[in-house]
Ligand binder design. Sequence first.
Ligand SMILES: Cc1cc2nc3c(=O)[nH]c(=O)nc-3n(C[C@H](O)[C@H](O)[C@H](O)COP(=O)(O)OP(=O)(O)OC[C@H]3O[C@@H](n4cnc5c(N)ncnc54)[C@H](O)[C@@H]3O)c2cc1C
Length: 377
Amino acid sequence: MTPAELDLIARAERLTRDIVIPHVAQWEHERRIGHEGVHAAAAIGLTRLQVPVDQGGLGMSFACKARVAEVLAAGDFGFTMSLINTQNIAAKLARDASPAIAARYVADIVAGRRFGCTALSEPGAGSDFAAITTLATPCEGGWRINGAKAWIANAVQADVVVLYAQTQAGSGGRGIACFVVDGTRAGFEREPAFQLGGQHTIGTGGFRLDNYLAHPDEMLHPPGQAFKAAMNSINGARTYIAAMCCGMVGEALRVVSEYGEQRNSFGKALADHQGWRWRLAEAASELAACRLMVAHTATLIDARADAQLAAAQTKLLATRMADRQLPILAQAMGAEGLRERHPFARHLMGARVAGFVDGSTEMLLERICAVMRPGKA
Ligand SMILES: Cc1cc2nc3c(=O)[nH]c(=O)nc-3n(C[C@H](O)[C@H](O)[C@H](O)COP(=O)(O)OP(=O)(O)OC[C@H]3O[C@@H](n4cnc5c(N)ncnc54)[C@H](O)[C@@H]3O)c2cc1C
């Protein structure tokens, strides 16, 4: 990585320690996005990490983004999801939208004045993305969009939405187009925030489109190309989610390692009991393997090589590693690990969310099978 990228990662680490970790319990109590953290992140450039340099961004590598995701998720998975999702919209519009559309939104998102989100999922379609029913119908002046989106990160606040809609009912992936939707315009109706078991810092929710009018230049990808565009960007998403799983396990390991040196049982430190410390050795080894997979997949993505298989395998193993190791590390803390000031309960829920977003574990297995058995799976 370049010195500028390493410097950004160091700043992200400080943001995690100084702002995310001290505030995340309050954000979760208040069931909201960590705006203070997002604004601080914007101030150090994290909302424009992948926006091209000629459009005011940092134009940094995917490897840098994955590392930033890891260090932020050490503090909170949900905060990182919210921040990365809004950054993704700034980068996408800078890259794929007309100069006029980019000028309308990118600077505001980068400054943290507006939030972005990506809306594929619907109340009736999650894994089966090609089955979405939100319908875009051509009309005088553009497209009328009707339907509902659900389970969208940042939906409680975002008003710059990259939205996927069907243009011809029943045509599957071929008919899907991609639009930029402005949440301040008529026809956009936000649903109340979803009340979950945790991870409210993601700002998960949904919205309805009721005869919303999208202008012709607000179609980012026409039918025939949008489905492919969504699938192309998913390799990156799978890889940074894997990095976030590494961040959560790394932080849990750090906390439990420190605790094990201080807490005594049966006349010696917990860490002096072989059975206790072996758990940490197992977690550290699995974490090291997953970090290597993330680094390898990030290299493929930066080289624009085929990362489909590597991204699916990396997310599959990193989410499983987090799902397995976080309860083990929480157990090693004893009752102390249940305190809110420690990350275990939050990270456990983060790992659960990681198992669904950007391709559930089962969909990853299907993707891996499809690559292993071309033309058959
Ligand atoms: C907190 C959160 C944030 C999210 N953010 C976004 C976002 O920003 N944008 C967005 O578009 N979506 C988002 N999602 C939605 C996410 O992409 C979906 O949850 C995911 O695609 C799975 O869909 P589903 O939950 O509807 O599960 P379903 O599709 O209903 O599946 C239920 C279960 O069955 C399994 N399953 C389904 N089909 C098969 C099959 N053929 N074979 C074997 N098993 C199968 C699934 O893996 C899953 O375990 C978010 C979800 C969460 C929880």
